[in-house]
Design a protein around this ligand. Structure first.
Ligand SMILES: Cc1cc2nc3c(=O)[nH]c(=O)nc-3n(C[C@H](O)[C@H](O)[C@H](O)COP(=O)(O)O)c2cc1C
Length: 153
């Protein structure tokens, strides 16, 4: 089975919970690992030679989480083999603006270790910063899992 890593930097648990739902949705067909970036080094990901990486992205102060962007930049520095597929999703609590996620998109596209960035992403809105996700999110997450399966092949 293809190795897929899901990484998050969750404080309130929103992106962790969605990461777990995605892991559940993929695990029948992929070898999925999931962890908080505070428990990982970029080398841990690189040495696993993953086929795919899924990056949970918290929106903080109208931007993609800079700690996660830093982790990706460091992964790009240490990666010894290309990672064929990368995808991302976001959790946020305000009205959605595409500019929130632009920073992460740019970081992924700039990193030379990724061969293909998933053109579609999920944005999951929370009722408030601590969660929970607004009504209707379950269906959106299910659709995103289907998108990921299609993208990962
Ligand atoms: C310091 C801080 C700043 C935030 N800034 C924004 C923001 O600019 N836009 C937004 O939509 N949500 C913002 N949020 C809400 C978070 O994006 C949201 O709660 C997210 O789901 C947190 O993910 P986590 O539960 O995985 O930590 C902010 C939350 C915190 C704590």
């Amino acid at each position: 089975m293809k190795k897929i890593w899901i990484i998050h930097n969750s404080l309130h648990g929103n992106s962790e919970q969605i990461s777990k739902t995605i892991a559940e949705g993929l695990k029948t067909d992929y070898n999925v690992s999931l962890n908080h970036i505070k428990n990982l080094t970029p080398e841990d990901i690189s040495k696993d030679e993953p086929y795919g990486l899924i990056v949970a992205t918290r929106i903080l102060a109208f931007r993609s989480d800079f700690e996660m962007r830093g982790f990706i930049k460091n992964l790009d520095l240490v990666a010894t083999l290309p990672i064929p597929k990368v995808a991302y999703f976001s959790t946020h609590a305000l009205g959605w603006k595409n500019m929130f996620i632009k920073g992460m998109k740019k970081t992924l596209e700039k990193a030379s270790c990724f061969e293909e960035v998933c053109p579609e992403y999920l944005e999951a809105k929370m009722e408030k910063p601590e969660g929970p996700a607004i009504e209707g999110s379950d269906a959106k997450i299910r659709d995103y899992i289907a998108t990921l399966r299609n993208f990962l092949g």
